[in-house]
Design a binder for this molecule. Structure first.
Ligand code: SAH
Length: 369
């Protein structure tokens, strides 16, 4: 009897191992195979997935961790995404905006701390005109020509994206949120469309940005089938970065009573994506660190290679609240970096002072500079 059970276990383990090996070699599986990896509760098989993803990450990025300084410059938003704490309809959100000077100060401070990439993230805030944003982009790049600038400011039209690219923006993060149209519609108000979100991602790629897409794990109504669609979209788009973190409810949204997305599933997805696109930049997100006190370290060990600490001024940090209980809202940027460096070292990795471009862009960036 014991012998039989053991045999069964070995077979299950071997099957999962074989799938992981094939994913590493061929960078692809069938939909059903992806689901069986994501659904597997076999601890040995799961440990093997983590191990292979970490090995691939190490082959390409060694034990280096790239850091991006996140500047949350506005929490005003014209959109009303159902899951988001800074949605237009949330009357309890304390709204703020940073001036160009404040943004530049954040960058200067970040530069001293070793950041060579800045990410401007915010709600879709029409207060900043296209030209205002172009001015900010030019000013940041003038002050710090050796740094990369990433925008994460939502959906715009192609000519705006072109203007900002020409002003010096290098990268753009726009999570697709979910690759299933119906699911997308259930998470967003009627005036937003899946088609436009995807069009934006296509435009950004075509213009020449290094692009990041991504999704929340465990968002209300999400199924395994949706996650497989996400993987297929990622394969098709071939983004330079994929941002994913667990969905975390916000008290002032209709999803207040929903549960937080699974950390385990988020980690598995990080590993699967690492094996699918070996060179991709994968952040261990703040949401992952919020859902689990060791989430970011676990993320690094599962194949992630990027961290995005907060550089926003301390007095506004507690206001940019996309979800409840967000971590690192009280600390100074320097404190944040110190704490994170220690955590990273303890996990066996090291933060590097680098723009941290996707390998396909590194040569290009060097020749530009
Ligand atoms: N306005 C920009 C930036 C959005 S905030 C844009 O549209 O791209 C960045 C990301 O936070 C979002 O893309 C979303 O995936 C994530 N997010 C928003 N609300 C969240 C929640 N409740 N839990 C987890 N992640 C959330």
């Amino acid at each position: 009897m014991v012998g039989l059970v053991r045999e069964g276990e070995i077979t299950a383990m071997t099957k999962l191992q074989q799938l992981v090996d094939r994913l590493e070699k061929e960078h692809d599986l069938t939909d059903e195979e992806f689901v069986s990896i994501l659904e597997s509760g076999d601890p040995d098989g799961n440990a093997y997935l983590t191990e292979r993803a970490a090995a691939v990450r190490e082959k390409i990025y060694d034990r280096d961790v790239y850091i991006r300084g996140l500047i949350e410059y506005t929490d005003h938003c014209r959109n009303d995404c159902r899951y988001c704490g800074i949605r237009r309809g949330n009357k309890n959100a304390e709204r703020y905006r940073l001036s160009r000077e404040q943004i530049l100060e954040c960058c200067d401070r970040g530069y001293e701390l070793g950041f060579r990439t800045f990410v401007l993230q915010g709600g879709e805030d029409p207060y900043y005109t296209d030209e205002d944003m172009a001015c900010i982009i030019r000013a940041v790049k003038e002050r710090h020509p050796d740094c990369a600038l990433t925008l994460s400011v939502g959906e715009r039209e192609k000519d705006t994206y072109i203007k900002w690219y020409e002003a010096g923006a290098d990268r753009y993060l726009l999570r697709h949120e979910t690759a299933d149209r119906e699911h997308y519609e259930s998470l967003h108000p009627a005036e937003m469309s899946y088609g436009h979100r995807i069009q934006c991602l296509r435009d950004l790629k075509e213009i020449g940005y290094q692009v990041g897409c991504g999704m929340m794990v465990g968002s209300p109504g999400q199924t395994m089938g949706h996650l497989v669609k996400d993987l297929r979209l990622i394969q098709k788009l071939q983004p330079e970065m994929v941002g994913l973190g667990p969905f975390i409810p916000h008290r002032d949204t209709e999803y207040a009573g929903c549960s937080t997305g699974s950390v385990e599933l988020t980690l598995k997805l990080l590993s699967v994506i690492r094996l699918m696109l070996p060179q991709v930049l994968l952040p261990a997100t703040t949401a992952l660190g919020t859902a689990d006190a060791k989430g970011r370290e676990k993320g690094l060990k599962a194949g992630a290679n990027v961290l995005m600490p907060n550089l926003s001024p301390t007095d506004v940090r507690g206001k940019y609240l996309l979800y409840d209980d967000k971590i690192c809202t009280g600390e100074e940027a320097a404190e944040c970096v110190r704490c994170l460096s220690l955590r990273v070292e303890k996990a066996g990795y090291r933060i590097v002072v680098s723009r941290g471009d996707h390998p396909a862009y590194t040569a290009l960036a060097m020749s530009d500079f």
